[in-house]
Design a protein around this ligand. Structure first.
Ligand SMILES: Cc1cc2nc3c(=O)[nH]c(=O)nc-3n(C[C@H](O)[C@H](O)[C@H](O)COP(=O)(O)O)c2cc1C
Length: 159
């Protein structure tokens, strides 16, 4: 089955997660960074996975533009959706709910929060200030949820 993992990543965490999904799904899985690919031909793919990260409660606009422009094609494919974010539990779930439209969430085979990382070395001055003030974080920290990535891979493979 041909799969495209279409993602956007600010500091590399969503990209890292996308790579792990690619490894789990195997050979016919292509990684596509939306930053470098404005127009993507979805026709060769049976399965599409979309992943973005959450900043100030929102997924990237480029992810929203992508799914809005391609909604009809996406509904004809097997679909998986995920986010990378640092918050956990109910807040993370609400961020996931808000990140994708109802029609795509209903159609998706798997939808998951994959956790996230705060990579202080990659942040600019303002980002450091925001994460210190809002989350109280001053040092690099990782909360990637390996078990959710594995569940996502299993669900995309088996359903
Ligand atoms: C400036 C800034 C704002 C953030 N805002 C949120 C947020 O509102 N909610 C959240 O759960 N995580 C937030 N995060 C954490 C990111 O979602 C997390 O670092 C994610 O793994 C980033 O993935 P990326 O490097 O692929 O963009 C924020 C991080 C930064 C640097």
């Amino acid at each position: 089955m041909k799969t495209a993992i279409i993602y956007v990543s600010k500091h590399g965490t969503t990209e890292k997660i996308a790579h792990q999904i690619q490894q789990g799904l195997g050979l016919e899985t292509e990684l596509i960074d939306l930053k470098n690919n404005a127009h993507i031909d979805l026709s060769p793919f049976d399965q599409i996975i979309i992943g973005g990260s959450i900043h100030a409660g929102m997924i990237q606009n480029s992810i929203k533009d992508f799914y809005n422009k391609n909604a009809v094609s996406l509904l004809e494919k097997r679909l998986g959706l995920f986010i990378s974010c640092f918050y956990e539990g109910e807040i993370a779930q609400k961020q996931l709910e808000k990140a994708y439209p109802e029609v795509l969430k209903k159609h998706a085979i798997s939808i998951k929060v994959m956790g996230g990382e705060m990579l202080i070395d990659k942040m600019n001055f303002f980002e450091k200030l925001i994460v210190k003030k809002v989350v109280g974080i001053t040092q690099t920290d990782s909360k990637i949820k390996i078990e959710n990535i594995q569940e996502f891979i299993n669900e995309m493979r088996n359903s």
